[in-house]
Design a protein around this ligand. Structure first.
Ligand SMILES: Cc1cc2nc3c(=O)[nH]c(=O)nc-3n(C[C@H](O)[C@H](O)[C@H](O)COP(=O)(O)O)c2cc1C
Length: 347
């Protein structure tokens, strides 16, 4: 290891006290979007140490060098200053719990408690499930104000296709490409759909395209829209009442007629239990009769669930993994904000 820190510290010219507002300065730096890493090493006493760091960056391809900076006040300072090797874990989009765990000011033993890891080069702990892991030999350590800057030579790395976690202005995020790589179909006006189209138009178009695919699937199973909706609703929770199905269907602007229920019953898919609820009066007991899937209905519902998942997967495959995750995240947030009354997974 070439430890330049002591030489640096001897020659260090004290810089004048800053006049920058620390909070605003931190916020300004936070606008620089980064990934999130956990850097690990073996501590002096043999226990593992690990720190969440977004100061990681690439330095050189040949020789392969990377850097990150560690606060001088870190409990792990001595361990990293003396470690011959350390491992950088570029966290995957679903690993913010690891980021939180290694950002706690706690002993290495506490941070690693309950976590499985294997020993890497120089006995640096290797965590699993990350987007990329880089095993490094300490090449240089420089002074960096209230931080030290560690430069490592990358000796080994492995990576997978899981999208990385992103850190932006103090929040975890996921990155999606803004490149318009999908060409409009031949003959379609390219102005039809773009990022500047109104949100209502985009949501409606997405819904129509998606439901058209689902409708194809329903008609292959000889089900009309209403029957498809009824079976899906019973698939998520049985013993719904006719009244309940009407209420659920109303969210889609559709109307469940008694004939659809009777038709599905005649086809042996559902069973209507006409026993009135104790709470209901005889006059409305038809509306309140409970509807169950028959064994045949259950088989069909399982098939619907499996095949609609395949339709969804093939559509999402064309979109890409990070984009699908981002779409799900944003849509679920959108629905939660704007449709708080929609029943949980109602169809
Ligand atoms: C997203 C994120 C990025 C961070 N980046 C750094 C960093 O680059 N360097 C650093 O010293 N601390 C960084 N921290 C803070 C440390 O992870 C935190 O201070 C940790 O408690 C240090 O552990 P230790 O004192 O047990 O060594 C970051 C925290 C978070 C949540």
């Amino acid at each position: 290891m070439i430890n330049d820190l002591q030489t640096q510290q001897k020659n260090r010219q004290p810089l004048p006290e800053t006049t920058l507002d620390p909070k605003e300065f931190r916020q300004a730096l936070g606008t620089f979007t980064t990934g999130v890493t956990v850097v690990t090493a073996q501590g002096l006493d043999g226990t593992p140490v690990g720190v969440t760091a977004n100061s990681f960056n690439s330095v050189s391809l040949n020789p392969p060098l990377v850097l990150w900076s560690l606060a001088r006040k870190s409990q792990s300072l001595a361990a990293f200053e003396s470690a011959s090797h350390w491992a950088v874990h570029i966290l995957a989009h679903d690993q913010n719990h690891l980021s939180g765990r290694f950002a706690r000011s706690a002993s290495g033993a506490e941070k690693f408690d309950g976590i499985e890891y294997e020993g890497g080069l120089g006995a640096a702990p290797l965590l699993s499930g990350c987007t990329t892991r880089l095993q490094c030999r300490t090449a240089h350590i420089y002074d960096g104000g209230d931080h030290i800057i560690l430069v490592g030579e990358v000796l080994k790395f492995d990576k997978c296709d899981t999208p990385p976690l992103v850190f932006q202005s103090g929040n975890y995020a996921i990155a999606t490409s803004t490149a318009q790589t999908v060409m409009p179909p031949v003959g379609e006006d390219p102005r039809n759909v773009s990022e500047s189209s109104s949100l209502g138009y985009l949501l409606a178009s997405a819904y129509l395209h998606f439901s058209a695919k689902m409708r194809e699937h329903a008609s292959e199973l000889e089900l009309n829209d209403i029957e498809y909706l009824i079976l899906n609703a019973l698939g998520t929770r049985e013993a719904r009442t006719y009244h309940e199905l009407i209420t659920l269907a109303a969210y889609t602007g559709r109307c469940v007629g008694r004939e659809s229920i009777n038709d599905l019953a005649a086809r042996g898919m559902i069973r209507i239990d006409d026993e009135p609820d104790e709470s209901s009066s005889p006059a409305d007991h038809v509306d309140h009769s409970h509807i169950y899937l028959t064994d045949e209905g259950k088989v069909l519902v399982t098939r619907i669930a499996r095949e609609s998942q395949q339709v969804e997967e093939s559509m999402m495959q064309q979109l890409g993994v990070p984009e699908t995750i981002a779409l799900r995240t944003l849509l679920s947030r959108f629905v939660r904000i704007h449709s708080p009354l929609i029943p949980y997974r109602w169809f």
